[in-house]
Design a protein around this ligand. Structure first.
Ligand SMILES: [Ca+2]
Ligand SMILES: [Ca+2]
Ligand SMILES: [Ca+2]
Ligand SMILES: [Ca+2]
Length: 196
């Protein structure tokens, strides 16, 4: 069921993206809700582009699906970007730069990376709590003792080449997802390519 909800959420995202095809910034709010959770976001680039990945996480409670109020919202994010061949093309734990704070980040324990001239193709972004190893990120299971919390993810590309094509993430409140169904098969296809 969790997988199905994830796919349904993917369809919602596709509709959201399709409604604004020229946008080159995508913002998502979600959460890491259990110690082992790693969120996977599937990205397609239609052309070579520069892409920034900006996470607002630590003590973030702006859109909190799970009632982790301030003081409990302790996701210390780590991010990895993989190609669909499993090659790591991007990574960050913490960044305290002006760019990383453009989303309102205060602590700097959240994550930011800018990848220049990334080739067209399919990619997977993994988000989890410190310390998330590359293998944990790729496999989607974070072992060890970990915090939970909500996050806001902002993806920006310089060439209008970026689209979000799906997620592995379960959706906490599926109440608005009933009218969706077209495109499900295509999304399953996208996801299967990442399941080796
Ligand atoms: Ca999640
Ligand atoms: Ca971090
Ligand atoms: Ca940030
Ligand atoms: Ca870990």
């Amino acid at each position: 069921m969790k997988k199905l909800l994830g796919v349904l959420f993917s369809v919602m995202l596709l509709i959201a993206v399709a409604g604004n095809a020229k946008a080159n910034t995508i913002t998502i709010t979600d959460a890491i809700t259990t110690a082992s959770e790693v969120d996977h976001w599937f990205i397609t680039l239609s052309d070579e582009t520069d892409i920034s990945i900006n996470v607002l996480a630590y003590e973030y409670s702006g859109t909190d699906f799970f009632n982790n109020g301030p003081g409990n919202d302790r996701l210390d994010s780590m991010i990895y970007l993989f190609s669909d061949a499993g090659i790591q093309v991007g990574y960050n734990d913490d960044l305290y730069s002006v760019a990383s704070r453009s989303d309102g980040s205060v602590s700097g324990l959240d994550s930011y990376t800018l990848i220049n001239d990334l080739a067209a193709g399919d990619y997977m972004l993994a988000i989890g709590d410190f310390y998330l190893s590359p293998n944990e990120a790729w496999n989607g299971i974070n072992t060890g003792s970990h915090s939970t919390g909500s996050y806001m993810l902002t993806l920006t590309d310089s060439d209008d080449a970026l689209s979000l094509t799906g997620t592995s993430d379960p959706v906490p409140e599926p109440a608005t997802m009933l009218l969706l169904g077209a495109g499900l098969l295509g999304l399953v296809g996208v996801r299967k390519r990442f399941v080796k």
